[in-house]
Design a binder for this molecule. Sequence first.
Ligand code: AMP
Length: 196
Amino acid sequence: MIIILMGAPGSGKGTQSKRLVEYFGIPHLSTGDMLREAQKQPTEAGRKIAACIDSGRLVSDELILTLVEERLSHPACQLGCLLDGVPRTTVQAERLDELFRRKNWTLDHVIALCVPQAELVRRLLARATVEGRADDTPDTISQRMEVYQRQTAPLLDFFRSRGLLREVDAVGSPDDVFRRVLSMVNQQTQGSSTRN
Ligand code: AMP
């Protein structure tokens, strides 16, 4: 089963991803987590990644696609995986589409977590005090929102036009949202087979 989880910063992708991968027993591929790990390297590449994350800009499509392709070739991903935070640009979406086709894999679900803008900002500012993420400052939050609207939100139409997009109201407790996500996935899975 391949699932793409989409949503603006603060929509709860990380929280829902953890639940989904546990429920379905599939690996969690989070480009944000991979980049936060990669930025620790004391190299020019590590510093460039840190600069992008800290300013709320996206890292290059090439870097993302190399990381993702490498991770998807792991044997653990043969039975599927959950993509969290990728694709974020049209180039990433198109290249992933090609990759899945090459591997003869079916993208089963694209789930978009929908949360109003004011609630997103409130959550991110609250997270800043709890988790201390370097990119949860007011300036970076507004940059990340702008980047999401300009570069990532158009992908909703990309997946909608392929009949793959499932939009879930993601306001409420993590348990409530997870129930909605699961019922959406189960509705879709009924009648359609998953990848063998
Ligand atoms: P996230 O944890 O998904 O919010 O990602 C944190 C940061 O990592 C983002 O603000 C970007 O700077 C970078 N990032 C994560 N995923 C991607 C991606 N697919 N494309 C480009 N940059 C990304």
